[in-house]
Design a protein around this ligand. Sequence first.
Ligand SMILES: [Zn+2]
Length: 395
Amino acid sequence: MPASSTNDTAVNTILKIINTYGSVSQTMMSEVSGYSKGMISIACESLSEAGLITSDSCKAKNKEYRLSPDIGAVIGIGIGGTTCWVGLFRITGEELAIIKEPIDLSRGPDAILNMISRHISSLMAQNNVRMEELRGIGMGIPSPVKYQEGYANHPAFMPGWHLLDLKKFFAEKYNCPAFIDNEVNTMALAEFIQRPDRNHHILLCLKAGTGIGAGLVIDGEIYRGENGGGNNVGHIQISGSTALCKCGKIGCIEATASAPAVRQKATEYAKANPGTELWKIFSEEGSISLSAIKKAADNGDKGALGIIKDAGEALGELAGTLTMILDPAEIVVSGQMMQLGPNYLYYIRAKAERISAPWAGYEQNIRFSSMPSSSGAVGAARLCINELFDHNLIL
Ligand SMILES: [Zn+2]
């Protein structure tokens, strides 16, 4: 191998290591990469001169190197069932700004892509980021995704998006690479990076909102399955459910324990049970939110507590079943169903423990997400950054 290409490889390897670990000494770079200290020293020098990495110059010995925030910026986009987040991030992962906007996916892709484009323009203008500084775009969508191709594959509630070439749309419009993934995958990646216990290697994220989805991250890598259709748990059947799902099947967890399904159950209960807390809420407000179901249960409405129990046990059945296959170190429950509160989490844990093996340790392993609801956009940005470094698209 010619010396120059060895040096190029060392330079790319160092960038990847710094992206993974954040702040790294030359000694650690040498240990992780296997390159000699001399080779590492030369590569660090050329990266510093190019302005791609910086170091703490006060420390003469074993100083640590970080990515330079001036390398550029990326956009992270997270689309949920009813909300879209568009964020601007430095290449170091630092969030510069994020915009949240309600969306109606039934209106088709044009309106949403136009809205996203408007937000990208305003985020870049407000943060003085020029077009040539934009290095990539990451996007999470609530659909199975063909990851390499960059399109939605048979989305359940995104009319007009099936096979739409999103990768090409963004790449041509912004002249940079784009990476499209399932939204819960990007959320799981964000959760993995923020996990409190750095010794955990496998994290499963369950998002319960308009739909129900899962994202699995193993050692920092998103697991997508053979055809990109992995983790689409919303259409797994739950015992005892007779609900008809949009997909045409009976008993899917999404038709049984998603936010719309649970709110529908609460409305039906309220109408049939005058005088109850839920009936009072429905009479006054004309609809029942998830937080209102929690409030009614807290005020002693047994029907409301029963609805929370059924929703929690359905997700617990899913969590327990997945644990028997995957044995994750932790399961993070995310999405608007968290508004049902601690009782919801209790029933998830109890059911998962009941149907699973005694070694699972659910009290510690199943928790609510502590990240903001924008985690899909945060994870999409991180996915984009990782891809840029993994495929040497930074230099
Ligand atoms: Zn279904």
